[in-house]
Design a protein around this ligand. Sequence first.
Ligand SMILES: [Zn+2]
Length: 78
Amino acid sequence: MRELIERDYRVVIRKCPPKVKAFVVKNRAEDYCTIVISSDLDERGRLEAYRHELSHIERNDFETGKNADKIERIAHGQ
Ligand SMILES: [Zn+2]
């Protein structure tokens, strides 16, 4: 996995809506991301969700202006 450079982030575990595994909240002003992972996931699921959201941060998906659907397809290699 490519290293994250010049980009700060943190991870929190929170109760999320039923179908939401994880998402990223970006503070654009500070270029700082928070990865929110659902507390409903088990250890393995949390790790997978964490890696997935990290890939979005690495790809700078939040700054591309693409719609979320397309980002998801790209992120999942479809
Ligand atoms: Zn995604």
